[in-house]
Design a protein around this ligand. Structure first.
Ligand SMILES: O=C(O)C[C@@H](Cc1ccccc1)C(=O)SCC(=O)c1ccccc1
Ligand SMILES: [Zn+2]
Length: 171
């Protein structure tokens, strides 16, 4: 089912999430709901804390054209990142309609457990590298606006506080 996405500022988006112990039916349900919620938004990634679950789980599907390639990463870790950096204009489903350039390592090697409990390892480049780093940041309570200057970050936070006030009035 589609879950509601937390909007910044929210203390739950600043917390470091707990590792997943075992793969339970609830975890499978969560992963499915996160993918459904991501596609509905639409987005190219989503981390569990964005739907209020403080667990180290993220989903991604950065394919723009071609068949969808949904990925579920459990307890993901960056085990290598390139010296080279790349800049992407990032957005965030928890910070709607705000975009800013963020510099990150252009390539990263990531290790994670998949939904079958098998360990996986893959090198990501391009938008996939940016997206997986953006999602893993979420698991560590970090948002892309944390890479911006204080004034730009404060302006975006004020806009989100206004949006939340308006949404609260609408409810
Ligand atoms: O908040 C999130 O984690 C999702 C976020 C992921 C992300 C976007 C851009 C760069 C890095 C990470 C999004 O998906 S925002 C929406 C978005 O970028 C997009 C939506 C539809 C088509 C293509 C991109
Ligand atoms: Zn985000």
């Amino acid at each position: 089912m589609i879950r509601s996405i937390l909007i910044h500022p929210d203390p739950r988006l600043k917390k470091v999430c707990d590792p997943v112990g075992e793969i339970t039916p609830e975890l499978r349900q969560l992963a499915g709901d996160m993918l459904e919620t991501m596609y509905d938004a639409p987005g190219i990634g989503l981390a569990a804390p964005q739907v209020g679950v403080m667990k180290r789980v993220l989903v991604m599907d950065c394919i723009k054209e071609g068949p969808p390639e949904p990925m579920v990463l459990i307890n993901p870790e960056v085990i290598w990142s390139s010296e080279d950096l790349s800049t992407y204009e990032e957005g965030c489903l928890s910070i709607p309609d705000q975009y800013a350039d963020v510099k990150r390592p252009a390539e990263v090697q990531v290790r994670w457990m998949d939904m079958d409990g098998a360990m996986q390892e893959r090198q990501f480049a391009g938008i996939w590298a940016t997206c997986v780093q953006h999602e893993i940041d979420h698991l560590d309570g970090k948002l892309f606006i944390d890479y911006l200057g204080p004034l730009k970050r404060q302006m975006i936070t004020r806009k989100m506080e206004k949006l939340k006030r308006e949404r609260a009035r609408a409810d």
